[in-house]
Design a protein around this ligand. Structure first.
Ligand code: SAM
Length: 286
């Protein structure tokens, strides 16, 4: 396993994913009943933006650093602010020195009755995450393959909550694993919310995944809902790195589409390279 999220922490893909994560969790907390967050590929938890990896990757400079400087309309600001406030809480006032990964973002939003289960397979990242969540009775870091944990941990005993599936896409079969893992988990827990990340590189492969997820959600009774979001920061070119990030959201809050239509146009300028920021939001067809 070579993947190190420290190179990418706080980049545009993290920003989009984490804004959506925060919006889903805030919605789920409108009801007092306890909820569970399951993070199948959790990462190291907290990333030092002054580290060698973050400096060499440099992605946060065109991601979270740009967002911190951006001006938002009075409609979008209250929707983005909870995310920005969580990120700010990890740095001294007025500075940006660290970036929280998904487990720490989720942790920041847990109420006393809520729980987090985070899987991380890479030993150094897992140790870092355990240290970041030390003595935390509400959060558990598990040394389990996220693909094994995914069907095994659902439905959680709380029966409410969400699963974040955010694999590194290092292995060739990760799109198939994601499709298969989602199907197994959804069959056991059709009322959970699922947030799945993918690199939007190949149109054919990502369309296949979206169709698969839409057809699975359509089979449940009552049919689940599905949203697909892609955000590009530059035109796709054969030899470029990741310029387009994708998310599939199953059983999204009914408020999410409207919120994203308010937020996303205001991210195109700060995150896009030379005015090339674009988003697409759709309901995928089976
Ligand atoms: N979810 C994190 C966030 O948003 O901050 C980023 C996660 S990163 C994209 C993917 C992580 O999954 C890496 O830290 C990697 O070590 C870990 N990983 C890779 N394969 C795994 C597996 N089969 N089970 C659990 N973790 C795995």
């Amino acid at each position: 396993m070579n993947y190190r999220h420290a190179f990418h922490a706080g980049g545009f893909a993290d920003v989009i994913k984490h804004i959506v994560l925060v919006r889903i969790l805030l919605y789920l907390q409108e009801k007092p009943a306890a909820l569970r967050v399951i993070d199948t590929h959790a990462g190291a938890g907290l990333y030092d933006l002054t580290s060698d990896e973050a400096r060499r990757g440099g992605e946060w400079l065109t991601g979270i650093a740009r967002l911190m400087q951006a001006r938002f309309s009075k409609e979008a600001l209250p929707l983005v602010l909870p995310y920005l406030d969580i990120v700010r809480a990890f740095s001294p006032p007025g500075e940006l020195k660290a970036y929280p990964g998904s487990p720490l973002i989720a942790r920041a939003l847990l109420r006393p009755q809520d729980r987090l289960t985070a899987c991380e397979l890479e030993p150094a990242a897992r140790k870092h995450l355990i240290d970041a969540l030390r003595r935390d009775a509400q959060a558990r870091v598990v040394d389990l393959d996220g693909w094994t944990a995914l069907p095994a941990f659902v439905p959680p005993k709380e029966r409410r909550g969400m699963v974040l599936i955010d694999p590194p896409f290092e292995a060739k079969d990760e799109f198939e694993r994601l499709a298969q893992g989602f199907s197994e988990a959804f069959a056991k827990w059709p009322t959970g919310s699922y947030l799945m990340w993918y690199p939007a590189k190949s149109r054919r492969v990502t369309d296949d995944l979206a169709r698969h997820v839409a057809s699975e959600t359509g089979k449940s009774k009552p049919a689940g809902k599905c949203l697909r979001l892609e955000f590009s920061v530059a035109p796709r070119e054969a030899d470029s790195g990741l310029v387009s990030t994708g998310l599939l959201i199953v059983n999204p809050p009914w408020t999410l589409t409207g919120e994203l239509k308010t937020i996303l146009p205001e991210l195109e300028k700060p995150l896009g390279q030379g005015g090339a920021g674009r988003f697409r939001l759709e309901t995928p067809k089976p």
